[in-house]
Design a protein. Structure first.
Ligand SMILES: *Cc1c(COP(=O)(O)O)cnc(C)c1O
Length: 225
């Protein structure tokens, strides 16, 4: 793991992503970086935000609640994405804390978030989390994605804006590419603006498959505490 400061890592990552985009015939600047800040301190987020990071992702509701209240983050313009497992009893807290939920993987999660967002008087943008890897515990099976998308569309306070998937961890490049191509196919079918695929170890394969958002934790912030 590189010991470069966060701003340098962010600009190096941007440059590498743009290089990969050009190499596969896509326009530079068309992939957004989501900084995954779970198990990272608020000051690290503030440092990344000062360097231009405009969106962060968190996996745990409790951790996010205390971190977002940290004075280090006051006044920063950061879009907050929930990328952890949606427990229905946490739907209200998730809606209060986050701008976007990337991890809607089943009907009861959609319904709980839809009800909480309606009660809060807002429309919540969500992504459908697709399971493209047998080792992954969560995510909607690809064959069930159209039905889940309909359930999401039936919630007036939710707006389906694309697909999120976690690549097969520790797999070879061909298996990763196949998984991401499946995610891209489902994204093309369901529509929306965001295909959230690619993490620190597999963002190149994700960019080649059409990612519009990579979720980067350790390659940006370093090892988690
Ligand atoms: C932790 C996490 C990431 C970031 O992982 P890194 O390998 O540290 O980049 C991205 N997406 C999800 C859903 C995560 O849980």
């Amino acid at each position: 793991m590189s010991l470069q400061p966060i701003p340098q890592r962010l600009s190096a990552l941007r440059a590498q992503i743009d290089e990969e985009l050009r190499a596969c015939g896509r326009a530079p600047g068309t992939v957004r970086i989501l900084g995954v800040s779970k198990k990272q301190p608020a000051f690290a987020i503030a440092e990344a935000a000062a360097a231009g990071l405009d969106a962060i992702g968190e996996n745990y509701v409790q951790e996010a609640a205390s971190k977002f209240a940290d004075p280090e983050l006051a006044g920063l313009h950061l879009q907050k994405h929930y990328i952890g497992h949606v427990q229905t009893n946490k739907a209200k807290a998730i809606v209060e804390l986050f701008d976007v939920v990337q991890s809607v993987d089943r009907a009861d999660a959609a319904h709980a978030l839809g009800a909480a967002a309606a009660r809060a008087g807002r429309v919540l943008p969500v992504l459908l989390q697709l399971n493209v890897s047998p080792a992954e515990r969560f995510g909607c099976p690809p064959g069930d994605a159209p039905a889940l998308a309909e359930r999401i569309a039936a919630e007036p306070a939710l707006r389906l804006d694309g697909v999120m998937a976690i690549g097969p961890l520790g797999a070879g490049p061909n298996e990763i590419a196949r998984a991401f191509e499946l995610a891209a196919k489902t994204f093309a079918l369901l529509g929306g603006s965001t295909l959230s695929i690619g993490m620190s170890g597999d963002w190149r394969e994700a960019v080649r498959a059409g990612s519009t958002m990579v979720r980067i934790g350790t390659a940006l912030f370093g090892e988690r505490r």
